[in-house]
Design a protein around this ligand. Structure first.
Ligand SMILES: Nc1ncnc2c1ncn2[C@@H]1O[C@H](COP(=O)(O)OP(=O)(O)O)[C@@H](O)[C@H]1O
Ligand SMILES: [Mg+2]
Length: 500
């Protein structure tokens, strides 16, 4: 069918192309027949016929020529059109590619800048942390002396003594001061976190109960807690502190009322996301969002909020430690914190905690201090570069029946231990001392007696870290400023422990 059609078409073309020629031949033949009936001038007729025929042929030839030229032109035009279209498409594709590259480069530059800013901020916080940690550490030693002597004096005095009340005030002030240094130590990450598997929702509800009682009624608390929230490895008290500090700040920001929202959810941070968070690795996280509809913050304030003692509140209202502590705790939990805020537009804090892997469960040992401090008769070598710490320790241990030897540094301790090792039952060793330092001293002591019993005392105790350094030798730890009772309990505990 299609073949026939094509043949028909070509026949028609043939007729069309040679149309004039055919008409000319036909006219010549008609003339011939007509004329032959009228005259008999053969040569004249032949000439006329040939002339008509030649004319037809030439005209037809010219027409065909022109048609072919037109067709060629049309063809060339079509081809050109097509090429122009292809080229235009190519150009617009290249243009799109270029636009995309420009966009990507711009994004990469913005991200680089963001990361640089984060790095600068992290370095600044690190420096402040070191400074604050150092101050807190020295302060702790001083507080240890004040608190120790006060406790000793209180032990010797009767409650009817006129000085008794004053001494108690000194003692409670010391406790408050040591609370402050503790907070600085949390910020500088020198405070240990007691991590255990936790349900963040539970902590949020716990804190909300307290907040509900303490914040004004015109502030509504809204909870959006995910039902199947994964488990985090966290320090319960520290998590509550984060929630309280953020909650209290939100309250302060909403003097005329508003909404405080706590939200929890499981999230997965992919590489695309973590590349814009300094030091973050992709993986599963629990996202805690705390937001308020309060007065918000300007850029200048935002840059400083995590610094200790930075506050915009009037004297007596803010300590400037709230967010510094939040920052330190989040860092201690290997988490990340972000904040979004603008003046008049409320504030949102986002905290990402890594999800606890199912095999990573940890047990936490909770010990209770006994009602009264235990006594003993053993001989204890006290090692500390602070004379007051040595004196207090000596006083205390003697009061509870122990004998004491004192060394004001690692070198001295080794010298004494070498001479008296059979008569020394326990060494209480300060970790941070000038000279050889506690850790080196410990290693030397273990060389002299592998079964030596030691308590490490340290002001800045990141206990897990320290414990690691003394592995596998079992030692006890006390962190300064210690309560005397805790120290005595620990002394008994280590002395009574069976060595492997
Ligand atoms: N939710 C919030 N809304 C507005 N500003 C806030 C918020 N949280 C913190 N800030 C700002 O950050 C500063 C530091 O907060 P913080 O470290 O808790 O110290 P403090 O609350 O004692 O001032 C506050 O003084 C305040 O200016
Ligand atoms: Mg605060």
């Amino acid at each position: 069918m299609r073949m026939d059609l094509r043949r028909n078409v070509s026949l028609r073309n043939q007729i069309e192309q040679n149309g004039l020629l055919i008409i000319a031949v036909a006219m010549a033949l008609i003339y011939w027949i007509f004329d032959s009936m009228v005259t008999d001038q053969f040569w004249t007729r032949l000439l006329v016929v040939v002339l008509i025929f030649t004319y037809g042929m030439m005209t037809q030839f010219l027409i065909n020529q022109r048609r072919e030229a037109e067709e060629a032109l049309q063809h060339a035009h079509d081809e050109l059109e097509e090429r122009v279209q292809i080229r235009t498409a190519e150009l617009s594709r290249a243009n799109e590619e270029l636009q995309r590259e420009i966009r990507e480069r711009k994004q990469a530059e913005e991200q680089k800048k963001k990361l640089e800013n984060q790095l600068l901020h992290a370095q600044k916080m690190e420096a402040i942390g070191t400074l604050a940690g150092g101050i807190a550490h020295d302060f702790n030693n001083l507080l240890q002396a004040i608190s120790g002597y006060t406790q000793l004096l209180l032990m010797r005095k009767d409650s009817s003594d006129p000085d008794y009340g004053k001494l108690e005030v000194i003692q409670t002030s010391t406790l408050k001061a040591s609370e402050l240094t503790k907070q600085l130590l949390i910020f500088s990450r020198k405070m240990e976190s007691k991590l255990k598997p936790l349900d963040l929702n539970h902590e949020v509800m716990q804190v909300c109960k307290i907040l509900q009682r303490t914040i004004p009624r015109m502030i509504t608390i809204d909870l959006k807690l995910s039902e199947n929230l994964k488990v985090v490895n966290a320090d319960s008290a520290q998590l509550e502190q984060i929630l309280m500090n953020l909650g209290v700040n939100a309250r302060d920001a909403m003097a005329d009322g508003g909404t405080l929202t706590f939200q929890t959810e499981n999230v997965y941070l992919d590489r695309g996301y973590t590349t814009s968070m300094l030091g973050a690795t992709p993986g599963e996280y629990i996202l805690l969002t705390v937001s308020d509809t309060g007065h918000g913050m300007d850029k200048e304030t935002l840059q400083h909020i995590f610094e200790p003692f930075y506050t915009t509140k009037e004297a007596g209202k803010g300590t400037g430690l709230g967010l510094a502590i939040v920052y330190g705790i989040v860092q201690n939990h290997n988490g990340y914190i972000q904040v979004d805020s603008r003046p008049g537009g409320g504030t949102t804090f986002r905290i990402y905690f890594p999800v606890l892997k199912s095999d990573g469960t940890e047990k936490s040992a909770e010990s209770k201090a006994p009602a009264d401090a235990p006594r003993g008769k053993e001989r204890v070598l006290l090692v500390d570069d602070e004379k007051t710490v040595l004196d207090i320790g000596q006083d205390l241990l003697r009061q509870y029946g122990y004998e004491t030897l004192l060394a004001d540094g690692g070198e001295k301790a080794i010298e004494i231990y070498r001479k008296e090792k059979d008569r020394i039952d326990l060494v209480i060793l300060d970790l941070i001392m000038p000279g050889m330092g506690g850790q080196k001293c410990f290693q030397e002591l273990v060389k002299i007696n592998p079964k030596i019993k030691v308590i490490i005392s340290t002001g800045a105790s990141a206990e897990e870290q320290v414990r690691e350094a003394f592995n596998p030798h079992p030692v006890g730890f006390v962190s300064k400023p210690y309560q005397l009772k805790d120290m005595l309990t620990k002394v008994r505990e280590v002395l009574d422990a069976k060595m492997p």
